[in-house]
Design a binder for this molecule. Structure first.
Ligand code: SF4
Ligand code: SF4
Ligand code: SF4
Length: 416
């Protein structure tokens, strides 16, 4: 569950009360976690909605928790119906992640992005392994019309890491993909799956790579999820935990980022994830949490808020320590700028250059059958949107058979 009892126990005070969606899709019948959902017992609305637009993939990663490979694509009409349902349950949804499989090989990805834009979903995020972005710069230019934030699978800087986790050396592919993203004026976050004994020694180098590449605005580390194909290759009892990543980051960056710079994210269960932000200027990296005691605003249990400053800063910090914060978006940049102004940091005057002065580091410890915790699941705010209108907390979708159920239903529909 955790390799740092102090971190685990301390994180519990960051538990922000949830808010419910406008509508529930299921009733309480068999009890949690078999009624997803969302059912009326769920304690948080959807901060991030995910749509798996295809189960196909152009890689066959040994660590794939989604068992992607050959499969089917959702039609644009199906995705449009799912988007409409997302709006019914959320009003104006914050973040839509388009995922898969590998979404860039869906032949109508651009139509799907257009459909999401038309519905005024605030932020679009595209989860990708980067293969097509590296091989097809024209496609990246076409993508840029819809301004998605690119959430790029990026597990390390060595050939061995990619051979182990992805089945082939992808170092050159990742670099080329990021270069094309930068050329198209888009921004990216590096998403690193961390596997014990494989790439936990590259945690610091991944961060430095991100800080140096002009398109990269953040890094998200994800200890591997022991589900799907991953179980054939790795031992779930030999795992990296969230605080382990924080300690490794501190040790491997000579304290550039330290464990004490991070705070749990309060909108899901606070043991699920941790974040920090830094102001980056001329190779100087200053975590904002060293300049501002965010505990004064984000500690929801002891509630030691400073009355004077709280009216301005509290909502800004709550929006930053949220799953709905997307780096590079106008809202997150404005919030970071507000914090930086309150700290009297010397900010550049142009808004465009402001975006690239902020950097986020996030660690998300997804659950699987071996560390499952219903309390965390009931407060989950990252939900897989299903073609039948349900929304299922992401860890339930990966672990409890919901993914397989959807796959069977869709394959029956397309006559496989
Ligand atoms: S995880 Fe949430 S939606 Fe699913 S059954 Fe439990 S309370 Fe209901
Ligand atoms: S992990 Fe991602 S890139 Fe790899 S096979 Fe699965 S969906 Fe494809
Ligand atoms: S997806 Fe899993 S780890 Fe993430 S917030 Fe939901 S329950 Fe927590």
């Amino acid at each position: 569950m955790s390799s740092d009892a102090e971190w685990y126990l301390n994180s519990l005070k960051y538990n922000k009360p949830g808010s419910i969606p406008h509508d529930f899709a299921t009733a309480v019948e068999d009890g949690c976690p078999f009624d997803c959902g969302l059912c009326p017992e769920h304690q948080q609305h959807t901060c991030v909605g995910l749509i798996e637009i295809t189960t196909r993939c152009n890689l066959a990663c040994p660590t794939c928790f989604a068992n992607a490979g050959p499969g089917y694509d959702l039609s644009v009409a199906q995705v449009e119906a799912m988007l409409d349902r997302f709006i019914e349950t959320e009003g104006q949804p914050e973040v839509l992640q388009i995922s898969g499989g590998e979404p860039t090989i869906h032949p109508q990805l651009l139509d799907i992005l257009a459909a999401a834009k038309k519905r005024d979903i605030r932020h679009l995020v595209l989860n990708t392994n980067g293969l097509r972005l590296a091989q097809d710069p024209d496609f990246v230019r076409e993508l840029s019309v819809y301004r998605p934030f690119i959430y790029l699978q990026f597990d390390g800087v060595s050939a061995q890491t990619y051979e182990n986790l992805r089945g082939q050396d992808l170092c050159g592919i990742k670099k080329m993909a990021l270069d094309h993203v930068a050329e198209a004026g888009l921004h990216a976050g590096l998403v690193a799956t961390i596997v014990r004994g494989v790439n936990e020694n590259e945690i610091g180098e991944i961060l430095r790579y991100g800080l140096e590449h002009p398109s990269v605005l953040g890094v998200c580390y994800q200890p591997v999820t022991f589900a799907g194909r991953c179980l054939n290759h790795h031992d779930p009892l030999h795992r990296v935990t969230l605080p382990q990543v924080l300690h490794d980051l501190e040790n491997q960056t000579e304290g550039l980022f330290m464990v004490k710079d991070f705070r749990p994210v309060p909108c899901p269960h606070p043991t699920c994830s941790a974040s920090t932000y830094a102001y980056v200027d001329d190779k100087q990296v200053m975590p904002l949490t060293r300049l501002l005691d965010v505990d004064d605003y984000l500690d929801f249990v002891t509630n030691r808020v400073l009355v004077d400053a709280s009216a301005v800063i509290k909502p800004v910090l709550e929006a930053l320590w949220s799953m709905a914060a997307v780096m590079g978006s106008e809202k997150t940049t404005n919030n970071l700028t507000c914090v930086a102004c309150n700290l009297n940091l010397n900010l550049p005057s142009s808004v465009e250059s402001l975006v690239e002065h902020f950097f986020s580091v996030h660690v998300h410890g997804f659950m699987d059958a071996h560390n499952f915790d219903l309390k965390r699941l009931m407060k989950c705010c990252i939900h897989q949107l299903l073609p039948d209108g349900r929304a299922v907390p992401f860890c339930a979708y990966n672990t409890l058979g919901y993914r397989e159920q959807v796959r069977q239903e869709q394959e029956a529909l397309v006559g496989r």
